[in-house]
Design a protein around this ligand. Structure first.
Ligand SMILES: C[S@@+](CC[C@H](N)C(=O)[O-])C[C@H]1O[C@@H](n2cnc3c(N)ncnc32)[C@H](O)[C@@H]1O
Length: 236
């Protein structure tokens, strides 16, 4: 079973949104499991201190290496990837999510304050992963984002398996536009081709739209896509 272990000073935040909808149903059905370690329970003083002032001065507090390392050691007793959620990390991509979903699970360390003592990152071989170029107050929401993205890819979790293979990023493109009934809404019709029943034409239209949207909205993805398929069959 795919297992997510969270290391945090806010264990009460979990499962949070992961307890509802697709992830929640999969959790209840035993498709994945979640355990949460409270970093404070690895502190040794009576105030359960997990942070201290930054060496060299400056604002905020830093998570202590010794306390965090004890929490990691108690949790990371197997070979799952050990990830530290961090704005300095490699940006999370759908390709990485697919790789992580295919492994035994993840161990996720959630930072708080100004971050964690650099030495624990090196000593416990933590790989830094970012969910985007913005700064959150803590790693917990980022951990939930990563888990949500992985869990929906686990075998049997999504209703229709195809919805995972055709959606945004699956082949380097954004997804084509979706429509559903009514056929005419506020004077806007569903594109004729989608009602034609011609599966070849529908696939062609969707592919062209996916390419158009990617070209218009994400020149970075489009450049990578055209590099990969240079000389290939794309229409743009
Ligand atoms: C206030 S942030 C620390 C930011 C840090 N001082 C910096 O400038 O890089 C506190 C914690 O939130 C989490 N965090 C913030 N932004 C994140 C992001 N974009 N992706 C993943 N985790 C993030 C990390 O765990 C981080 O240690």
């Amino acid at each position: 079973m795919w297992r997510a272990s969270i290391i945090t000073i806010f264990p009460e935040l979990f499962p949070g949104p992961l307890g509802a909808s697709i992830a929640g149903k999969a959790l209840a059905a035993g498709a994945w499991s979640l355990d949460v370690a409270d970093i404070r329970s690895f502190a040794t003083d009576k105030h359960r201190t997990v942070d201290d002032t930054p060496a060299g001065g400056g604002p905020g507090m830093v998570m202590k290496a010794d306390v965090l390392a004890r929490a990691i050691d108690a949790t990371a007793t197997d070979a799952r990837p050990r990830l530290l959620l961090s704005p300095r990390g490699a940006p999370l991509t759908q390709a990485r999510v697919e790789t992580l979903a295919g492994k035994a699970g993840v161990i996720l360390v959630c930072g708080r304050f100004e971050g964690v003592d650099e030495r624990v990152i090196a000593a416990r071989s933590l790989e830094e992963v970012s969910i985007g170029d913005y700064v959150l107050a803590g790693g917990e929401l980022a951990a939930m984002v990563l888990i949500d993205a992985c869990v929906r890819l686990l075998p049997g979790v999504m209703g229709a398996a195809a919805s995972g293979t055709e959606e945004s990023f699956a082949d380097g493109l954004l997804e084509y536009p979706q429509f559903t009934r009514p056929q005419l809404w506020e004077g806007r019709p569903i594109p004729e081709v989608l009602l034609s029943g011609d599966h070849g034409k529908i696939a062609q239209w969707r592919r062209a739209e996916a390419e158009r949207l990617t070209r218009e909205r994400r020149p970075d993805l489009w450049a990578a896509f055209t590099r990969r398929f240079r000389g290939g069959s794309h229409s743009g």
